[in-house]
Structure formats: C-alpha cells, structure tokens
Design a binder for this molecule. Structure first.
Ligand code: 9WN
Length: 419
C-alpha cells in the first residue's frame, strides 16, 4: 500500500496530538475518549513509543478509586460548550481530572501490551500501568456483574462504543422518560457532522436521560439501571485484554494465574450466556432475553482465542455473508445490510468503521483465518485511500462520513501497514 496513505495517517495523529494525549477529531470530539485511546496508542506505538505510552497513562489518570476507566477524560482548556455532555454535566472525576462517569470497552491492557513491544522502556511502562489495568478489570468483574454469570454489564449505549446500534433499539425503547419530558439540553454533535449521519433526537433523549439518572444515583452500580445489557463485543474485548493482562503479568514477574483463570471464566460465560447455537447476541438483563438483531457486535467474540473452531468458522461465514459484506466488497458493515433497520449513512446503523474492521481482522487471524483477515484489512485500506481518513464509511458507495481526520482510523491504517 502506498506511502502517501501512511504519511496521511501519521499526519492525522500528529495533528490530533494535544501534548499529553490525542483527540479523536479536533472539532467533533475535543477531549480524550476511553477506547479511542487504546487504538490510538497502538497507532502511535509504530511512530513514537513515548506518545503511545503517554496516551495510555493519560486515560488511566482519569481512573476512579473504584477502578472504572472513564469513557471521557476532559481537557481543561476546552470550553464547556464545545462538547455535550461536557464536564459540568458529568460532575465526575478524580484528583482534579474531570471525567465522565461511564466506561467503554476495556481495550487498554491489550494496547499496553502492544505498546510495550515497541517501547525502549523495557518493562518499566508495563510496571507503571499494571496495577491500574488490574483495577479496571476488577471493577468490571465485581461491580458490573449485574447478571451474576461472570460477564460485565453495560449501563448505557455509550459504554458499548456503538451508541445507536439497532441492537439497542429494544432496550432503549423500554427506558421510561419523565412524564413532563426530558429536561432541555442542547445537542452539539450536529455542528460539524450532518444530522443524517448522527443518532436521532429520540435516541439522544434516552441517552441523556439514562446518563442523568446514573449520575444522580452517584454512579452506583446497583443493578437498577433502566438499560442493563451484556454485550458480546464489550465482553470479547474484555476477554482479549484479560489474556493480555496474563501476558503482561508474566513479563513483569507477577503471577499470571489469576488472569488465566479469569479468561477461562469469561470465555465460558460468553458461551453459556450469549451464544444461542447460531450466533452471539447481547443479553438484555431487564428481560433476561437475548436481543435478536444481527449486528457487528455478534462478530466480536472472534477475539476469543479459545473459541471452538466451528464457532469461529460460523462467525467468519457470517462476516463474509451478504448481511455484512456489500456487493462491492467494501469493509464489514456495522449492522445487517439486509435488515429494515439498516441505514447507509447513520453512525452505527450500517456504516463501515475502520476500528471494528481492524479488531475483526485481528480476531480472524488469531483463528488462522489469514486470507479472510487480509481481505478485511485490504478493503479497509482501500476505503480509506479512496475516501480519506474519516470516522466511518458508507458500505454501499464507500463515501467517507462523520468527522474528518479521525484518529482511530489513522491508527488502524498505521497498524495494518506496519504490522
Ligand atoms: C459518545 C469518540 C467516540 C467513540 C464512540 C462513538 C462516539 C460519542 C459521541 O465517539 O461517541 O461517547 O459523542 O457520539 O460512538 O465509540 O468512542 O470517537
């Protein structure tokens, strides 16, 4: 693949670097985000290992005493009005670092391991972050085990990272809104991106209401959230990171046993709680039923190295099917191309995302599905080359959508080209 693409990707990361960490995109998301930081650190690791380590240590600076790694660490210099909901809304944080109170997919241990491989610091970086990563995993295992079966539950669609996935339509519809209506708020997300590419107002009302209720309850993980879901992608990422934690422990002379055991437990819970015999589906803990929607979330367990071979093969076949791969062979769609909920241009309701394609390629390769992995990577690179380093892409035309100069897309490109 071409040098100009690599140069452009490096320029995006450099342009989004703030001195301490990297914003997802300058205008749309002017703070540091939870799982973005992990992808971005892996991208930086090929160019500047110091910045890669700083990226991870910056997001971990926002970690709460209970272990949660927040989904946003706010930059103090950015005015409140630049992003909604900003620091004043969340009223959260630690040691002078303002943060949100939600979390996001825990990709950080995996990123830390990858960063350490290209760092001159030897094990010193891993030693600095190990305790914090363990605390993050303990938080998920302890405070988020709402279903009691050993998986982590998310309490808000923003925690999935796939905010308005059709998988969340049903559980979101069941969220009660106040009789007098949701207290007024101002969306800021459509100043730089077309409304047709962003979630609906109805979805936003529920996002805001859920976040307010969680905040007003002191961010207590008491199992009372009106939205309470076990997400296969979130849990698969947690599992993938748990394997990384075991590896990190081994590298720095800590006991890897607890993390190996935890990985076995999460793997078994994924299989017993979210596999329906045909596909992985999110479990709605409010109804204790699986949510029967085909979305990219279901393909996430490819990241589980212990997945039985026939299950991995079923996921790979689903990924290659017309539900996820358009006739033009463009990347993997975020949700079923053939379903009535499919929307080509709207956020997580259909578009192709480079970070998810990157994750799936890693998962496929882990199961020896090398041709399939290379195909996903190559189509991702072509999309980006054709349409620019955007937040997401139309799976039918390949048009670039959402924010411009997007950091995790740049990071995915860099890792695919270099790895
Ligand atoms: C809310 C930063 C984040 C990503 C999420 C993506 C989007 C935020 C928003 O942007 O979410 O967290 O305002 O839409 O859905 O996955 O981490 O890139």
């Amino acid at each position: 693949m071409t040098a100009p693409l690599a140069d452009a990707a490096e320029a995006v990361l450099a342009g989004n670097w703030t001195g301490e960490s990297t914003v997802p995109s300058r205008h749309q998301y002017p703070h540091q985000w939870g799982w973005d930081a992990a992808y971005i650190a892996i991208g930086w690791s090929w160019i500047d290992a110091g910045r890669a380590a700083a990226e991870i240590e910056s997001i971990l600076r926002g970690q709460w005493p209970d272990g949660r790694v927040p989904h946003i660490v706010f930059h103090p210099g950015v005015p409140e009005g630049e992003y909604f909901p900003g620091p004043a809304f969340w009223a959260g944080g630690v040691d002078g670092v303002a943060t949100s109170g939600l979390t996001q997919p825990p990709l950080h241990a995996r990123a830390a391991l990858e960063v350490s491989r290209r760092s001159d610091e030897g094990d010193a970086f891993l030693r600095r972050v190990f305790g914090r990563l363990v605390a993050q995993h303990d938080y998920l295992a302890g405070r988020r085990n709402a279903g009691g079966g050993g998986l982590a539950a998310i309490v808000h669609p923003w925690e999935s990272g796939l905010d308005d996935s059709p998988a969340w339509d049903e559980p979101l519809a069941a969220v009660d809104l106040p009789a007098e209506g949701v207290a007024p708020y101002e969306r800021r997300d459509r100043r730089h991106v077309a409304a047709s590419e962003r979630p609906s107002d109805a979805a936003y009302d529920r996002f805001v209401q859920l976040a307010r209720v969680y905040r007003d309850g002191g961010y207590a993980d008491d199992g009372q959230s009106a939205f309470l879901v076990e997400d296969p992608l979130f849990n698969a990422i947690w599992l993938w990171s748990t394997h990384a934690l075991a590896e990190i422990a081994g590298l720095i002379g800590e006991d890897a046993g607890p993390y190996r055991d935890a990985a076995v437990r999460i793997h078994e819970a994924l299989m017993t709680r979210l596999w329906d015999g045909e596909r992985f589906l999110p479990r709605d803990l409010r109804t204790d039923r699986l949510i029967d929607r085909r979305t990219i979330l279901s393909l996430g367990p490819l990241l589980d190295p212990q997945l039985p071979e026939e299950v991995a093969a079923a996921l790979a076949a689903e990924l290659e099917s017309p539900h996820f791969r358009g006739p033009g062979g463009l990347g993997v769609a975020s949700s079923d191309l053939l379903a009535p909920t499919f929307e080509r241009r709207r956020y997580w309701r259909g578009p192709v995302w480079a970070n998810l394609n990157w994750l799936l390629a890693r998962g496929l390769r882990q199961h020896g599905l090398v041709r399939e992995a290379a195909d996903v990577e190559q189509t991702t690179l072509s999309l980006v080359e054709h349409a620019g380093i955007r937040e997401y892409y139309d799976p039918v035309t390949g048009d670039g959508l959402g924010a411009e100069d997007f950091s995790w897309t740049a990071a995915a490109v860099i890792d695919i080209l270099r790895a």
